[in-house]
Unconditional design. Sequence first.
Length: 427
Amino acid sequence: MTYFERRGDALYAEDLPLAQIAAQLGTPTYVYSRAALTQNFLAYANACRAHGRGDGGALVCYSVKSNSNLAVLNLLGKLGSGFDIVSGGELLRVLAAGGDPKKIIFSGVGKSEEEMRLALSHDILCFNVESIPELHRLNAIAGSVGRQARVSLRVNPDVDAKTHPYISTGLKENKFGIAFEDALATYRVGHELPNIDVTGIDCHIGSQLLDDAPLLEALEKVIELADQLHANGIHLHHLDIGGGIGITYDNEKPVAVADYLARLFTRIDRWRAEKYGGAPISIMFEPGRSIVGNAGVLLTRVEYLKHGASKNFAVVDAAMNDLMRPAMYDAWHGVQSVHRRDASPLAYDVVGPVCESGDWLARDRQLALEPGDLLAIMSAGAYGMTMASNYNTRGRAAEVLVDGDRFSVIRRREQAQDLFALESIVE
Ligand SMILES: *Cc1c(COP(=O)(O)O)cnc(C)c1O
């Protein structure tokens, strides 16, 4: 079910007309639906429970980088979510949002000493380590603070996720993970280190995957490695299968989370039954986009219509600094008029005010527009606000969370003074 639907000529978020948010708060504004976030998280949690992975048998660690607003983190935390973080900043965010440190896993290729110290001081659940030097650094720091660091090694299964090259991470040539053929040797190194407790395998092959075949192919490699490790006296507590399930931006048909998890758990159960007398192993997931992507839109207003010789432009008040995905990945987002007009549409490029030709949000869309109209840029909940910048000294958009027919401001609009408050002039 989608929570951004038209009633009559007006576009709604849940039971609230989007125009009402724009009237009260202005634009550009990110609008998230609480019901959509909840539904998308529960698709994972319920599938885990349906396959006998209630308490402790599975953990969904929401990928914070996809949308890190405190209210979003708090809501997901209250639903039982863990968190996959990629920086010390994200750790502090999760804690500020009331997240449980025992459910935090720390991913990323470049963890600093300071970030490791911070994470160890909160005794997070697990570090996803991506190299031998990182293992040594983590061992030394854990020793210096008198802690054991629980570790998964992120292995690179060399499967093709068949997604955009910028968001594909599981191929040999990617900077991510430990090459599959080096995995056993790397596990041995970790196993020998006194302050490292090797507890799992981690694998994340890419983002916006529509088919689960590459994920299940990666699972086969992970199972094979777990068996090898077992034979070498290294016994694991969990498998972390990563995130990556895609969403519908246009007419894509991503695999349903429940179907993917059913196939995955069936395979894992069969493996455990055949080899380990049914002994359980905990399963972790790191979904981002599939939880927040379709739970948010970017609300923007048309400033000007320009009818050029070969193109029509709708110049809107949101720009590439607010939503970077089109400029960065050539990404396609749906565009809907908040109030549908009874006029014949024209083909428009929807562009922002930033001084770059790459500043476009959508191209060649059939829209009936007047200056001042509101547009909703659809499916903007993931990698929207978190990738926003202040380019052109543009304050970042406000964010609101809709619940039924009401909304709460969950981030106020940035003012120009906020943007240069940390700067100083020298004599
Ligand atoms: C970005 C990322 C994710 C989330 O990916 P989605 O495609 O948003 O589900 C999960 N794990 C890691 C390590 C990531 O970098």
